[in-house]
Write a protein that binds this ligand. Structure first.
Ligand code: ATP
Ligand code: MG
Length: 333
């Protein structure tokens, strides 16, 4: 255990899925033993794409589901601190101060923001969405985090954080570490429809909380090689989502090799490939199901984790904002 910190997290837009797991959560679970860990429930970030009263009314349920998902995935609540972003107003203060350390054209070049503007706002870019990476810099730096494990869509955001940290330190003195991105082995997991990244807004997801039966149904409906209309036609393995998932989730490597060989030769049907994938995915999720059941029966635990974690984080952030004001020479420090 170093005295360094990790910060990462998710927007409370729904339950966590396998994309979140392989893109970021698996690294969180591993790195929590090495770093003091802060896990953000990024509700202010959610507002950049979902901000109706109905969306906002979902935050508390989604936040609880997400924390339970993380505990199920292996996050140890004794080691990691969860917090609700909007309950720490000092984060917004840092966001305001950081807004002058980055230019508009720099933010306009961040690819994920264009994607989000297209999907959520018919190409129109809200001011807050353009500032998404600046707010994320406030999240990462508000606890002086050293490492940030995130999926591919967030890589460019961490780069903006690094630039803001350097710029701040250059202008006002060394306050912030320049945090490192931690990449995952699977930076983007394709969705079950094979069309793009697994994303709950598209609905091409397998949730960490899905039952065995739900997993079987979703896998049975997965996209495969569209040119292979019969089992005796040789199929393509590369880029085929069913085999992408076999590579990521199936612990039986000999089985995967055998299926690939027979698929290429036109000697296996989609049903067998998918049945074996469903079984493998269920084996992958089983330990999470067991942990989930253990945590879920402790009533009030999740609420307590969020409330106490937020209080603790707020105290840390207040100290950092004090350091920031002092370094900048702002009045009340
Ligand atoms: P969704 O698109 O399902 O609503 P999201 O991208 O909005 O999810 P975030 O809360 O923005 O979810 O992301 C949380 C973390 O999960 C980030 O580190 C992100 O990079 C990662 N992530 C999300 N989807 C995937 C995916 N399909 N593959 C890999 N990583 C992912
Ligand atoms: Mg995202």
């Amino acid at each position: 255990m170093t005295d360094q910190r990790m910060l990462t997290g998710d927007r409370p837009t729904g339950k966590l899925h396998l994309g979140h797991y392989v893109g970021s959560l698996a690294n969180r679970v591993k790195l929590q033993h090495q770093y003091e860990t802060f896990l953000i429930i990024a509700d202010l970030h959610m507002l950049t794409t979902k901000n109706t009263r109905e969306d906002i009314a979902q935050i508390s349920t989604n936040a609880r589901d997400m924390v339970l998902d993380e505990l199920a995935a292996g996050i140890d609540p004794e080691r990691s601190t969860f917090y609700l972003q909007s309950a720490i107003p000092e984060v917004s203060e840092l966001n305001t101060l950081f807004q002058n350390l980055v230019t508009v054209p720099r933010l306009e070049r961040v690819p994920s923001l264009k994607d989000m503007a297209r999907d959520a706002h018919k190409e129109e870019m809200p001011y807050g969405l353009l500032g998404y990476p600046v707010l994320q810099a406030a999240d990462i730096l508000c606890v002086k985090s050293h490492v940030v494990p995130v999926g591919k869509d967030n890589h460019a955001h961490v780069e903006v954080t690094r630039e803001i940290a350097r710029r701040f330190n250059y202008l006002y003195g060394d306050v912030f570490p320049v945090p490192d991105l931690v990449e995952s082995d699977v930076p983007t997991l394709v969705g079950t429809d094979g069309q793009g990244k697994m994303s709950k807004s598209i609905g091409n997801v397998i949730y960490l909380s899905d039952s065995e039966d739900e997993v079987r149904k979703k896998v049975a409906g997965m996209y495969t090689d569209p040119n292979r209309v019969r089992a005796d036609i040789p199929g393509t393995v590369e880029g085929n989502p069913v085999f992408v998932y076999h590579d990521v989730f199936n612990d039986n490597l000999a089985e995967v090799e055998d299926l690939k060989d027979r698929y290429r030769a036109g000697k296996v049907g989609d049903v067998e490939v998918k049945d074996k994938l469903a079984a493998a995915t269920n084996r992958y999720l089983d330990p999470m199901r067991e942990r989930r059941a253990r945590f879920a029966e402790q009533s009030g635990l999740v609420d307590e984790i969020i409330v106490e974690g937020t209080e603790r984080t707020r105290r840390e952030v207040q100290q950092v904002v004090f350091d920031v004001r002092k370094a900048m020479g702002l009045t009340s420090a």
